[in-house]
Design a protein around this ligand. Structure first.
Ligand SMILES: Cc1cc2nc3c(=O)[nH]c(=O)nc-3n(C[C@H](O)[C@H](O)[C@H](O)COP(=O)(O)OP(=O)(O)OC[C@H]3O[C@@H](n4cnc5c(N)ncnc54)[C@H](O)[C@@H]3O)c2cc1C
Length: 384
């Protein structure tokens, strides 16, 4: 499609948030939507580097409600959007090794159950019988939700981009936004490597780069990029197809089946902020040692692939939706390492905010940008 000089809606960032917002705006009948992605393909940022996990198990009501709205959209995705996304409901199993985590998770499970999420308690002995290939002597107990699982991130992004294009979205790759033009506290355009586009409305969906885009408009958006990395192994026939997404919560260490092998990752608590996406080999070694202590099978597996990506972290580990002090300049970002699963509902919520003035599908009024200046932060304990 031709590159325009003006547009009614410009969305910066073709990850899951930008693609979903573009589709949902178009599905509501909006016209002249321009989706801009700086890379050669959509979904090469955090979305394309993520673990693909989707879960209902969260520690705050708003995150649970986002999952209650978003995961059914993924279940219906192929029918509604016309793209297969390989939703595997293998369940998430959180392993708890610290008494203080057990207490917090007891409260979380009570809240999840109250909201209609059927998370179950599993005793340490049951987990040890369930996963004999793992070393779990220190596990006190765990929580399991059979409806949590895995989804193909690329399928979701391309499904929304393609469905949006069918509805008239102008989706462009290799277009980098270099500046956001503001006049009299109102957005009037964006400057790109392909020229200027005048527009009265911009959605900043640039993921880990959203803080940089904010600064282009003179708006401070507290989204910090923090590197996270993972690896996959060569085939391990001992891992059954039904193997859940296992999270050793205290170590932020996780495993799930990927192809015939395993995917494993571990968050480095000392990682500095920055845009470096190269692999930290020292941390990879630390991670592999911890992973092999839990899963000795790993010692006989080969490395299939490894990569690093960027979490988009906010001070309270919750996303930021909606307006900013610059009129017409909106933000949808800061999902702090679990945004892929909330991409479907987030795009719908952004369409509501932009077209109706307020989000109605889920009450996200507390997730506004102003909360940081006003000290209304929210805490999420289940950050992996
Ligand atoms: C290692 C890792 C594991 C994860 N695991 C999970 C998981 O299991 N489950 C889950 O739900 N979430 C997970 N996440 C988090 C999830 O990936 C993110 O929350 C989500 O993908 C954010 O989507 P986004 O669209 O906001 O950002 P992105 O996907 O990063 O999209 C932003 C896009 O903006 C583009 N862009 C940036 N600057 C510009 C510019 N100037 N001009 C034009 N385009 C620009 C970028 O190229 C990028 O494509 C993980 C993240 C990482 C890094």
């Amino acid at each position: 499609m031709e590159f325009p000089t003006s547009s009614d809606f410009v969305i910066i960032g073709g990850g899951v948030m930008g693609a979903s917002a573009a589709y949902h705006l178009a599905a509501r009948g909006a016209k002249n939507i321009l989706l801009l992605e700086k890379e050669a393909f959509f979904g090469q940022g955090a979305t394309g580097r993520c673990a693909g996990g989707v879960r209902y198990q969260f520690a705050t009501e708003v995150n649970i409600r986002l999952s209650l709205a978003s995961l059914p959209m993924l279940e219906r995705f192929e029918d509604e959007i016309g793209q297969a996304i390989d939703y595997r409901q293998c369940g998430y199993l959180f392993l708890l090794t610290l008494p203080e985590d057990v207490r917090v998770f007891e409260n979380n499970v009570r809240m999840q159950n109250r909201l209609g999420v059927q998370t179950e308690w599993v005793s340490g002995d049951k987990i040890r019988r369930w996963l004999p290939m793992m070393k779990l002597a220190d596990v006190i107990s765990g929580t399991f939700n059979p409806k949590d699982g895995l989804v193909d991130p690329n399928g979701v992004v391309m499904g929304y981009v393609t469905a949006g294009q069918r509805l008239g979205v102008n989706a462009q790759t290799e277009v980098e936004v270099l500046g956001v033009q503001v006049e009299n506290k109102r957005v009037v355009g964006v400057e790109t490597n392909r020229g200027r586009v005048s527009t009265p409305l911009v959605i900043n969906a640039a993921g880990p780069w959203a803080g940089l885009i904010g600064r282009m408009a003179g708006v401070e958006i507290p989204i910090t990029p923090i590197r996270r990395q993972m690896l996959t192994t060569t085939p391990l026939p001992e891992i059954p197809e039904s193997f859940p997404f296992v999270i050793d919560f205290a170590q932020s260490l996780y495993f799930h089946r990927e192809g015939q092998g395993l995917l494993t990752g571990m968050s480095n608590p000392a990682e500095n902020s920055g845009l470096d996406q190269s692999i930290d080999v020292d941390w990879e070694l630390t991670h592999l040692e911890a992973a092999a202590r839990r899963m000795p099978l790993l010692e006989k597996a080969g490395l299939q692939s490894h990569w690093a990506g960027l979490y988009e972290v906010t001070p309270d580990a919750h996303p930021i939706y909606g307006k900013t002090p610059v009129e017409g300049f909106f933000v949808c970002g800061g999902f702090s390492g679990h945004g892929f699963m909330h991409g479907p509902i987030s795009g719908k919520l952004m369409a509501e905010i932009v077209l109706d003035g307020t989000a109605s599908s889920v009450d996200i009024s507390m997730l506004d940008l102003a909360r940081f200046a006003e000290g209304r932060l929210i805490r999420e304990y289940n950050v992996v």
